[in-house]
Design a binder for this molecule. Sequence first.
Ligand code: PLP
Length: 443
Amino acid sequence: MTIAPPNPSPTAAPDRSDRSCHGPAGSPLSVFEAVESEVRSYCRGWPVVFDRARGSHLYDEDGHAYLDFFAGAGALNYGHNNPVLKRALLDYIERDGITHGLDMSTTAKRAFLESFQNNVLRPRDLPYKVMFPGPTGTNAVEAALKLARKVKGREAVVSFTNAFHGMSLGALAVTGNAFKRAGAGIPLVHGTPMPFDGYLDGQVPDFLWFERLLEDRGSGLNRPAAVIVETVQGEGGINVARMEWLRRLSELCRTHDMLLIVDDIQMGCGRTGPFFSFEEAGIVPDIVTLSKSIGGYGLPMSLTLFRPELDVWEPGEHNGTFRGNNPAFVTATAALETYWADGQMEKQTLARGEQVEQALSAICEEGAGHGARYRGRGLVWGLEFADRARASAVCARAFELGLLVETSGPVGEVVKLLPALTISPDELDEGLRILARAVRETA
Ligand code: PLP
């Protein structure tokens, strides 16, 4: 199967450094400023009003095109309004297929489960049961934590420095970012952070501290029910765990009777190459969370997957009104059938990743980067600047030049590249050239 980008590449974006001064979103009297809460965030960095999108481009209401290197924070791995998924959705809506279905059995859910089993679980020999926990990523994380605690009858969960697992209280308790944690307004308990891979710059053997605490009866660490980890920390600064580190973590969990939860909400669905980001490490987590791109079309959907023997839920014990987003099941199925019935998608992502790596390497070698460093896997990459304020300036300049990129990391010191997996080589090249120019022009 050839995976064609869903849209043709437009011409290079002209410099539109005036755009942030214009338009209703930037005006002091805009309805966004007058009515929408101060909590709004992405719209502040991209102060235009978006109207349409297709493939890797968004268009504002004045018709300006923006090349998207953010892909809905990883929710749009197959691009905006992907025509194959759109067709499936339109056909489904047209024939009055079920839209809202609680967790009733529907034809759309059956088709999704069959396709997920045939295209994802079975070929990888993964035995997981599938739970629909509610439509967002944080719902999947809450369900995973709750299940792990119920299975093990213990409260403590170990997470990692710079982890991000969501905004609800359980997920926030295993999230590192101080600003986000402060928003909880109550103590965040029963989570213990351990150093993520590379946190101590390789000066200490992997898991020395963690193992010591587990083995020492005087350490004060309650025996954890589970460990939750991202294989690549997306929000935390594109920190890439080594495969060897992940394997050691998996062994440690087995030895100390802790469940291993891999949060694949941002790095799953092919973002790092294979469907699941942990495949390359050869580990089989006990519990996996998926969301963002699992719905395929940007429609809310999430899954908590677990080994069958962990399925100790009572019927309805973890309920929710929006667990059966049937239109998302339809687009999810179309995405699996289109992109995951063979190994093409993975190969394509790895090839595009090499293209990104070369461009980032060139940026870092140029003097303008001032000691910038890059890292990533598949189609998720980070460009970290020694001057920690620089990444925001680069993103702002990139926006003026018609490229959407965001920062990541505890103080926003990393420019995060997250293009759609369906992006064409030409579009990727265009965006990387804009990025290089933004770096030069903010030096
Ligand atoms: N877990 C990870 C790894 C994430 O990256 C995110 C969101 O960025 C979440 C959980 C939370 O997902 P949501 O924002 O859909 O609640």
